[in-house]
Ligand binder design. Sequence first.
Ligand SMILES: Cc1ncc(COP(=O)(O)O)c(C=O)c1O
Length: 376
Amino acid sequence: MNLFDVYSLWNVELAKGEGCYVYDSNGNKYLDLYGGHAVISIGHSHPKFVENIERQLKQLTFFTNSVLIKQQQMLAQKLGDISGYADYSLFMCNSGAEANENALKLASFRTQRKKVLAFRNAFHGRTSGAVAVTDIPQYSSPYNLTENVSFVSLNDIEQTEKALKSREYCAVIIEGIQGVGGVRIPTDDFLRNLSSLCKTYDTMLILDEIQSGCGRSGKYFYHQYSGIKPDLITVAKGIGNGFPMAGVFISPEFKPVKGSLGTTFGGAHLASVAGCAVVDVMTNENLIANAEKIGGFLLKELSLIPQIKELRGKGLMIAIEMPEPVLEMRRKLLFDYKIFTGASSTNIIRLLPPLCITENDAQYFIEALKELKTKN
Ligand SMILES: Cc1ncc(COP(=O)(O)O)c(C=O)c1O
């Protein structure tokens, strides 16, 4: 059987990972500034992460959500403590798209409305509901098209209020920082006004922190810079450091109804112990503070490179927008300098490194970029 050929691939096969580095099958070592698409938070194959999963694998691999899972309760406790959302409840699932589906469903159950307001350039996942609130037309099939979703421009509070005034919307869904859209950042004022409009018009505010969350921005969630408290927060990627898992943080205003949400795999034993290890390591190794520090260093150093058209970012979520397409530059970074980077659209390099990156790692990238730009 052939693989269904939907991904553009680099011709590299990775065999091993350690901290901020990955190694290919020929033993070449690469600096990972992509984090497997913002997934690797505490570092590749962190020993504590491996130990937790190994121990659990030997005890019990799986049983679904029809019995008490103390590991899931432990994870909820740890996530509540590290995020400052101890008063919220946690629903565990398997992927970012699924987390957003569940958040949208909860908002609709609660308000008994069916329309959703989303933002231009948004990306919330590939499943039906998530892709419907994603502003990338080529990701939607005719089956996904719906009149229940409208899009307004990010940071445009007037357009937002005009829509919400109709009181037809069950939810507004917004990324903490737009990732796929090119690291576009909602202003603190916009988030505060949005939160207050949602209260006025009885609309649930869903913060998709799947890419910007789990410490990447220098706070556990990006929206915490603005001081707001959304009704629902979705998490995935960094929460599992590579173990596929996701969750919805649910405000105490929501009362759980048996059977209203569910999943076979979500929050089972292995995922929960993986998630616990992530929180423990993040705390013990001060990785959120490190994200703020090294992110600040990168932004400062990058701002001195004159060939960059625009720089956006917070913590370790950074867009380097160039005046020309970046594919060739990324290819050279990968094969000549052994550095993995991400991209957004044709002209933007996106950095999403593990939160354990050091200043030396960051400096190596800056030097490589400068050298490339002076050569060309
Ligand atoms: C902001 C955001 N939301 C949702 C998703 C979808 O997550 P998943 O691919 O785990 O379904 C992503 C993935 O890139 C994302 O960046």
